[in-house]
Design a binder for this molecule. Structure first.
Ligand code: HEM
Length: 401
């Protein structure tokens, strides 16, 4: 255990030393690793001495209600990872209250449904091109050869830059998705900013028809965006939309490789793909978020004190039997309301890219199943995963006839 003082308001029986970045067993199944915390925290919270000491929400109702509480819990500091929040200053993720609303409203306009629908042909072309490049091979390592590439290419089409830029952005994106330790957080942020600055900042005064131009055309506090704000917003969208989409596409492919009957169902009934995409999104949550208490919060008999950090894993909401019936089952008859699960968050910070991510997943399923024959885990192949702020498959060897 780290040697830290356990605050007096934390009951000793809730104290553990679990490191959320090294959950036992996460490298083979990050979902099972999170779920193992359920029995440690039947009251809805546990407290860990790791990473400076913080709460972890362990029960679905507690995770969801704390996540939605933007009055007493702040987003300003990306807590748990020291220094990350100060380095990133993401807009709108790290904002609270009225300032958050102003910037988020502008970002939301860029992500309006009609704009997402207009992007679909481009996403479809990218998804098709990637799958066609693989089909003759009969096998691939799905994460590095498909799932991690698709969202980078989509990001490039969002900012309307030449496809040739892939070569420049992909290695940086790989560092974002799978840091190999060769770049620190600040170095990575600076490298990403060096790429984004000349492509984003000119759009404040000289807009095009791309997503970023549309966002930057919306005044904030009645004035144009500053260069710094534009960069922080672009950084947020880049950082938020790569690892998460790769995770969802990867976990979906893993499910299909392991469940040939579900794969066949969707091959036979492509009209079920949108409902399946919604259920995959509930069943395979990836993100966990952290909050700083700016007021005391009572949870049953427990008190989260002002200044405490709370960590909220969506796995422990979506896959709690108190939140969804038979939560581990992949079922198409749930009549899901996508705002009830927390894969995309809940409340004021709910993902602005949720519509885009849903469209990407649907297009992936349609194109992949149309091009790639029935596939399974490659013989002898081992699936690897990672936990942390975005849990995901990191290695998914698949094969087809
Ligand atoms: C499956 C894919 C995705 C997942 C699982 C996901 C998950 C999330 C979650 C859980 C939040 C809430 C964070 C919080 O409450 O602190 C969030 C916010 C956000 N996401 Fe996503 N996201 C995905 C895709 C995307 C995409 C594709 C984009 C943009 C291209 C995006 C942009 C953002 C932004 C800008 C925010 C901040 C919203 C705010 O603070 O108001 N995300 N996302």
């Amino acid at each position: 255990m780290d040697v830290i003082d356990i605050p007096a308001h934390v009951p000793p029986h809730l104290v553990t030393d679990i490191n959320i970045f090294a959950l036992p067993g996460a490298e083979t199944d990050y979902i099972a690793a999170w779920l193992a915390l359920q029995e440690r925290g039947p009251d809805g919270l546990i407290w860990t001495t790791a990473n400076g000491g913080h709460w972890i929400g362990t029960r679905g109702d507690v995770v969801r209600s704390l996540w939605a509480d933007t009055t007493r819990l702040s987003n300003e500091v990306l807590a748990v990872v020291p220094g990350l929040g100060e380095a990133m200053q993401l807009i709108p993720l790290q904002q609270d209250g009225a300032t958050h609303k102003t910037f988020r409203d502008a970002v939301m306009k860029g992500f309006a449904g009609r704009h997402i629908a207009a992007l679909e042909p481009q996403v479809q072309a990218l998804a098709r091109e990637l799958a066609q490049g693989l089909v003759a091979r009969g096998s691939c390592e799905f994460m590095s050869e498909y799932a991690e590439i698709l969202p980078v290419d989509i990001f490039l089409s969002l900012i309307d830059v030449p496809v040739g830029d892939r070569l420049h952005l992909r290695p940086l994106a790989a560092q974002l998705v799978r840091p190999d330790g060769s770049m620190g957080v600040i170095e990575l942020r600076d490298a990403v900013d060096d790429y984004l600055r000349p492509r984003i900042v000119p759009r404040i005064t000289n807009p095009g028809s791309d997503l970023f131009s549309r966002i930057l055309a919306e005044p904030v506090h009645g004035r144009p965006w500053t260069e710094d704000e534009a960069l922080r917003m672009a950084r947020n969208i880049l950082f938020a939309g790569l690892d998460t989409v790769a995770a969802l596409v990867g976990m979906t492919a893993m499910h299909l490789a392991l469940h040939p009957q579900d794969q066949q169902l969707l091959r036979d009934n492509p009209d079920l793909i949108p409902a399946a995409a919604d259920e995959f999104t509930r069943r395979y949550p990836s993100a966990s978020v952290s909050r700083n208490a700016v007021e005391d919060v009572q949870v049953g008999d427990l008190t989260i004190r002002k200044g405490d950090i709370v960590y909220l894993p969506s796995v422990l909401h979506n896959l709690d039997a108190g939140s969804f019936d038979d939560p581990m089952a992949f079922r198409l008859d749930r009549k899901l309301n996508p705002t009830h699960h927390t894969t995309m968050g809940v409340g004021a910070h709910r993902c602005v890219g949720a519509g885009l991510a849903r469209m990407e997943l649907i297009v992936f399923l349609r194109e992949w199943l149309a091009i790639i024959p029935p596939f399974t885990i490659a013989p002898g192949g081992r699936i690897a995963m990672k936990g942390g702020n975005v849990g995901t498959c990191t290695h998914l060897p698949i094969a087809w006839a």
